[in-house]
Design a protein around this ligand. Structure first.
Ligand SMILES: [Zn+2]
Length: 234
């Protein structure tokens, strides 16, 4: 082994394997967990439908209207610099108050947190945190999702130090961060809507809301109830 390869390995998580020793894991000892991908097992089948970003005024509005009409529970990961989170306030506020829609933190400017310093990560999270607190009167902690799912131990440590201790990933995706053909969206939904899943969709375009009945049919066919993350994780 080249010396530089050894040093690279020795400085990383493979060090313990290479050296045949166990090193204390600083992040683990600080109580950090890896991003949560699935809901814990449960007797009643269920899925958490999460909706990210909110770049489209119309999409956010229709998601809220559909939540009311179909009486379903959703979690919104708020990208707080986006105007729809202000502009849909009147419609959204009562659902936030009742807990039917949970607001969680998706940062202020949707940057790749792994490229930022410790304090910049905290600034991104707290920018969104204060927006949600001031506007909707709720504390979004400890729930957050890193933009692009880009996360590492440094990001988790910075987040945990401001109370964001539950990073969320997803088990299945509607793949609709950008526009997608309805047939592709439904294909992704078909393989992603499952018991114990954390589904990710995006309020950035109208593809999901325009096909909502078909998506709900998949949820109903599997007898899944829709839960917010708070319903499950407290
Ligand atoms: Zn996002």
């Amino acid at each position: 082994m080249e010396r530089r390869d050894f040093l690279r390995l020795a400085s990383g998580s493979l060090a313990s394997l290479v050296l045949g020793q166990t090193f204390p894991d600083a992040a683990h000892s600080a109580g950090l967990t890896n991003p949560i991908v699935y809901l814990p097992k449960n007797d009643l089948p269920r899925i958490a439908w999460t909706v990210d970003d909110g770049c489209s005024q119309e999409s956010v509005r229709r998601y809220i209207e559909l939540a009311i009409e179909k009486d379903i529970r959703l979690t919104f990961f708020v990208y707080s610099a986006m105007a729809p989170w202000r502009n849909n306030f009147d419609l959204l506020k009562p659902l936030v108050d009742s807990g039917q829609i949970q607001l969680a933190n998706h940062t202020q400017h949707h940057r790749d947190l792994t490229q930022l310093s410790y304090s910049e990560v905290q600034k991104e999270l707290m920018g969104c945190h204060y927006f949600i607190k001031k506007t909707y009167g709720v504390d979004a902690r400890p729930y957050y999702r890193a933009p692009y799912g880009a996360i590492n131990r440094s990001v988790m440590q910075a987040a945990a130090d401001v109370g964001y201790t539950k990073p969320f990933s997803w088990s299945g995706s509607l793949a609709d961060a950008g526009t997608i053909k309805p047939s592709r969206l439904l294909y992704h939904a078909g393989v992603s809507i499952e018991d114990g899943g954390i589904l990710i969709g995006h309020a950035n375009n109208l593809v999901a809301v325009n096909n909502f009945d078909k998506l709900m049919q998949m949820v109903d066919n599997k007898n899944l109830s829709l839960v917010t993350l708070k319903d499950v994780f407290g």
